[in-house]
Design a protein around this ligand. Structure first.
Ligand SMILES: [Mn+2]
Length: 225
């Protein structure tokens, strides 16, 4: 196994432990900033060399912006909370997004979560060498479009990741770079409904000679806390 892969996997396992610990501390009344600060402490505790980016923690309508910044607003029952996080280890990055619900979410938000998950699973089934970034992006985008949310998926499907958080190959409608074995890419479709909620689910895939291997182990159920 290459050093690149070893380090990305280690960074991702740290991220997963952080998320698992964090779940025990999320509840109504806590603020997004408090959760972000705990996340940073836990990453250090679990051995991260650093953070791949400022963690994105946003609840309810705040998550409708894909580049959400945590605020001092308190989590409220019924909100979906988006957590996008990544540790670094040995100079390499990890990147993962998971959703948590504070009590029972609205049926619209649950529906959107299901669509995003189906779009992501379709892209994961399809990812293999030779496919272009544009083609893989289209696999996920078509699922979301057919479900009626095409205009709400407002960013690229994913990006290469390694020493840099965002690098080639980019999975976007604009790029025709072909995937090749050894590439590590994120697959992160989303649905963002202004004023209401945002949903994104993100895993990292290693492109293998015949397909891909999912490097992310954290389950993708919608946690209801
Ligand atoms: Mn990402």
């Amino acid at each position: 196994m290459s050093d690149k892969l070893k380090h990305i996997i280690k960074a991702q396992r740290i991220t997963e432990r952080v998320f698992e610990d964090l779940l025990k501390e999320i509840h109504a009344g806590r603020t997004e900033i408090e959760i972000r600060d705990r996340l940073l402490d836990l990453a250090k505790y679990h051995g991260a060399s650093g953070h791949a980016f400022d963690p994105k923690v946003g609840a309810g309508r705040n998550a409708a912006d894909p580049h959400v910044e945590p605020t001092d607003r308190k989590l409220r029952p019924g909100q979906l909370l988006l957590i996008d996080m990544g540790a670094t280890y040995g100079g390499y990055c990890s990147d993962m997004t998971r959703m948590v619900a504070i009590g029972k979410p609205s049926s619209e938000a649950r529906k959107a979560y299901g669509i995003v998950l189906r779009a992501q699973q379709a892209a994961i089934r399809a990812a293999k060498p030779g496919l272009t970034g544009k083609e893989l992006d289209a696999v996920a985008r078509d699922v979301i479009r057919r479900a009626g949310y095409g205009k709400r998926f407002i960013h690229a499907l994913g990006h290469g990741i390694g020493r840099k958080l965002h690098q080639d190959p980019r999975l976007t409608p604009l790029r025709k770079t072909r995937l090749k074995p050894g590439d590590v890419v994120t697959v992160e479709p989303g649905i963002y409904v202004p004023g209401r909620f945002g949903v994104r689910v993100e895993d990292m895939l290693l492109i293998t000679p015949r397909g891909n291997r999912n490097l992310t182990r954290t389950p993708k159920k919608l946690w209801i806390l």
